[in-house]
Design a protein around this ligand. Structure first.
Ligand code: FPP
Length: 249
């Protein structure tokens, strides 16, 4: 992870306002494979390499939190062979990358309904979370078996339980309290949401958390997404006027 800084990286450092939290909808693996006459798992394989690029780019740029959408609730409905290939890839990624991520100070967390994972995938997830715990440079969240509506319902249930048990007053149910029950409670909301492959959709990703995120949609298919594309997205972000519903001075 020692590539020299690019001109884009220099430019975005000069500007200064690095988004603290970037979330990415990694899309287009299937199309990337089809364009090459390959089977879909080959696209996911190439997609895993792009994950490495994005992590390196985030480290170089000084991003604090990177949240990647790797597998949605809806993805459980894909053909079993594709699900198996994705899970095998995840386990392979963990086996190959855990040591380097730890060395680089990256803390990995997997967010989602992890009870649905097969035992071997679940063990791999627990392993990388334990192995990388405490890394101080970058929080890498990988959303797995994740759906934003399910996350919101889970948070509502957990909050309701606290009220039922007398641990929380109903009047104290606030946006801030609610956010403490989301998977992302430990981190600031994403400042920037990137989606690859040109689709203009949120696809049930971090619906609560992206309320004020800046959106950057690129036509680049995920397997072709490199650190330069991440820097490009940050430069785009730096040109935005973020008002959070207020007016500028
Ligand atoms: C969307 O492309 C991508 C996915 C459903 C899976 C994302 C997985 C990876 C990037 C690789 C594994 C991840 C890790 C963390 C090792 P698509 O299949 O929906 O593409 P399409 O829209 O072109 O069909």
């Amino acid at each position: 992870m020692s590539t020299p800084p690019s001109a884009r990286l220099e430019a975005l450092r000069l500007h200064g306002a690095i988004p603290r939290h970037i979330a990415i909808i990694m899309d287009g693996n299937g199309r990337w494979a089809r364009e090459r006459g390959l089977a879909r798992p080959a696209g996911h394989q190439a997609g895993a390499r792009a994950v490495r690029e994005a992590v390196e780019g985030a480290l170089h740029a000084g991003v604090e939190v990177l949240t990647l959408f790797a597998f949605s609730h809806e993805n459980w409905q894909r053909p079993q062979a594709e699900i198996d290939a994705l899970m095998a890839l995840l386990e392979e990624y963990i086996a190959k990358e855990a040591a380097e991520l730890r060395r680089e100070g990256v803390t990995v967390r997997m967010l989602g309904d992890l009870d649905r994972l097969a035992p071997s995938a679940r063990e791999a997830v627990d392993r990388i979370e334990a192995h990388t715990a405490g890394g101080a440079r970058l929080a890498l969240n990988i959303c797995l078996s994740y759906g934003a509506r399910a996350e919101i319902v889970r948070a509502a249930r957990r909050l309701a339980e606290r009220v039922r048990d007398g641990a929380l007053d109903l009047d104290a149910v606030t946006e801030a309290n609610f956010a403490t029950e989301l998977y992302t409670a430990a981190w600031p909301d994403p400042d920037l949401l990137v989606r690859t492959s040109g689709e203009m959709r949120l696809s049930n990703f971090l619906l609560w958390q992206v309320a004020y995120a800046e959106l950057h949609v690129t036509p680049v298919l995920w397997p072709d997404f490199g650190r330069e594309d991440l820097y490009e997205a940050i430069l785009d972000f730096q040109g935005r006027d973020r008002r959070f519903g207020r007016v500028t001075a």
